[in-house]
Design a protein around this ligand. Sequence first.
Ligand code: ZN
Ligand code: ZN
Length: 575
Amino acid sequence: MRDSLKNREVAGVLYEMAELLELHAENRFKIIAYSKAARAIESLKEDIEQLCKEGRLQSLPGVGKAISEKVEEYLRTGQIQAHQDLLKKTPAGLAELLKISGLGPKTIFMLHEKLNITNLDELEKAAREHRIRRLPRMGAKSEKNILKSIERYRKRSTRILYSTAEPVVSEVLAYLQKMEGLEHITAAGSYRRGKETVGDIDILATATRPEEVVAAFVRMPMVEEVLSRGPTKASVIVKETIQVDLRIVEHRSYGTVLQYFTGSKEHNVLLRQLALDRGYSLSEYSLKRLSDGQGLFFDREEDVYAHLGLQYIPPEMREDRGEIEAARQGRLPELVSLMDIRGDLHVHSDWSDGRASIIEMARAAQALGYEYLALCDHSPSVGIAGGLAPEKLEEKIEAIAAVNEVLEGLTVLVGTEVDIKADGKLDYPNDLLARCDIVVASVHMGQQQKEREITGRLISAIENEFVDIIGHPTGRIINQREPYEVDMKAVLDAAARTGTAMEINAYPTRLDLNDVYARMAKDMGVKMSINSDAHEPEQLKVMKFGVNVARRGWLEKKDLLNALSLQDLLRALKR
Ligand SMILES: [Zn+2]
Ligand SMILES: [Zn+2]
């Protein structure tokens, strides 16, 4: 049996209408009818569109003339006017309260009536001020529960880091891959596209016995709550707030389903348009030939693209940034992969704020198959990070030479992460920078400065003849700190002019340059380097997160300093 998205979509709208009607204290029977109809459509075993076509909508429980007309309207136009009207007369913040678990429309209506609460912040404030416990059927415990639900909702609505999702995905896949009869399994959605943050995790699979796979999925040790469960799909919560959806689909449609659920929405809209232009209607089930209604099924995603006359578009590129046109013309870049990376040009050791010695970092890099590793400890003005005084850097240069004596197959480069001070000057004199193999220059302090000042600081660092790479060029920390204000176009212009590279910092909370700027840099002829900024051996492995960003920025091997051999790298540096 197939799991109809249309059914779920229609049911979703009707559920929402029931809640909105209740929020406005409308007729009770009307409300019940809407939720009953929604439930019936949700658990319907056939396609709602088919039912509608055959005029059988009113055979469903709860569906009378009024609701069947609205379902028809939805299937015809993609929306229901009455639903839009309800939304229009509901304050946006009030509708959001429906998403707080444990808060029904009835309670929200009362909170609105008695305390004039119209949004989440007001609700939180009222609970903290103990104004809710005085209402009928409420108490101290309800206040506590409301606060807990709000906290949970806020966490849930913050997208999680890719690096947080990754071990969850690996664990789910490893767990289900052991199941007998499981054929394909993969994560789709923004995770598959390698986005820096991920919403819910979508897992798609094909299996000969779907029910058994679903049963195993909801019983995984990591599952904390089962949100819903049907014969071919289920949703669960893991790690407090992460939602994982599993969907078992028909084998013959796996290619189109995977394409559909990988997104992005914008990419899919364009792809469907292209399909129409070529005489097909593309859905998650098949590619239907419009001339004779013949459905073509694809179990491989590659074949979907090929059939539409396109090169296979890697998931990371599916963002409506020109990829379909490029694929049509056979001009897609050959994206860089982790295997192309030959070294790491920005790591720390216990000479500054790292937690391992130079030799420990070097051995870990060797284990990853790297040819080179640049030890870039901090300069003195980054005091909290134990920046090296000039004479300490001299000592470190000797220590690295000694390490290179004993190492075989990997070269440790003398590097520094020199601070770009608030006035734009570098934290070491040029004669010291000249003694380093590689210089990364970064902004750490004074990030509140105005755009003009920050841009000026970066450009003056770029213009220094010894600076090879600008480290974490926007200073953002995902979900914690906004990027500083900077005119990136001007910075990249200067980088292109001087042959200075920009970093893609692979640290999972940084990931800057981001995908959009990386693409811009590439188009302007600026070289980049994906660096881990590791402070301990294990962190060298974050390189893969930076590679995701690079792929999303369309980067190829030739765009990256650290995809060069050691010899070519040394030639490419400014020395
Ligand atoms: Zn730094
Ligand atoms: Zn660093």
